[in-house]
Design a protein around this ligand. Structure first.
Ligand code: GAR
Length: 201
């Protein structure tokens, strides 16, 4: 059995996609041991409670990054955690946090990195006028939206799209991509060569 922690700040649809995949057996031999939000009013934390999961609020407001990260890592260490999934966690992790869990922290970003890192990636892609965009699941390293790429899924930008319809189409791909990435990592059947994530045989 592998134990996942989910870190989120908002809606939590990627968290729900992972939880549904576990419940449906698309991700096997895994459990979510903690769902942690830095925002008390995150919808994702209410959903975690409804699902009977261990839902923790660790407010970031009024704390330095180091103070907050120490509190989050302490909570992670109290719960068994093999893999940490950032799912709309709108905070940068300090280098210290990243170093506690080498190659054990994943993030999902709503663009084909390295295009459009940072905030509002879907809006950035729409405004830039790209014809194809998508999402990326990657390891978290000490730089923003930067670590080795595990899974990318693409989608077309349609003539009829606006920012909202494009973001919704990317989100469908995000939900599929995160399950794929978690399965790849939990299999342990990979190596990282430079920046390249390589499946073994
Ligand atoms: C998702 O689109 C995710 O890719 C994005 O926040 C949204 C969270 O939605 N994350 C980032 O932009 C991180 N840089 P959710 O709360 O419904 O999963």
């Amino acid at each position: 059995m592998k134990y996942l922690a989910i870190l989120l700040s908002g809606r939590g649809s990627n968290f729900v996609a992972i939880a549904d995949s576990i419940d449906a057996g698309r991700i096997r031999d895994a459990r979510i041991s903690a769902v942690i939000s830095n925002k008390p009013d995150a919808a994702g934390i209410a959903t975690a409670r409804q699902r009977g999961l261990n839902a923790l609020v660790i407010p970031s407001k009024g704390k330095t990054r180091e103070q907050h990260d120490h509190a989050v890592v302490a909570a992670l260490k109290e719960n068994r955690v093999d893999l940490i999934c950032l799912a709309g966690y709108m905070r940068l992790l300090s280098p210290w946090f990243v170093q506690q869990y080498p190659h054990k922290i994943l993030n999902i970003h709503p663009s084909l990195l390295p295009a459009f890192p940072g905030l509002e990636a879907q809006e950035q892609a729409f405004a830039y006028g790209v014809k194809v965009t998508g999402c990326t699941v990657h390891f978290v390293d000490e730089e923003l939206d930067h670590g080795p790429i595990i899974v990318q899924r693409s989608c077309q930008v349609l003539e009829t799209d606006n920012e909202r319809t494009l973001a919704a189409r990317i989100l469908e791909q995000e939900h599929i991509a995160y399950t794929e990435a978690v399965n790849l990592i939990l299999s342990g059947n990979f190596e990282i060569v430079g920046r390249r994530f390589c499946k073994k045989n």
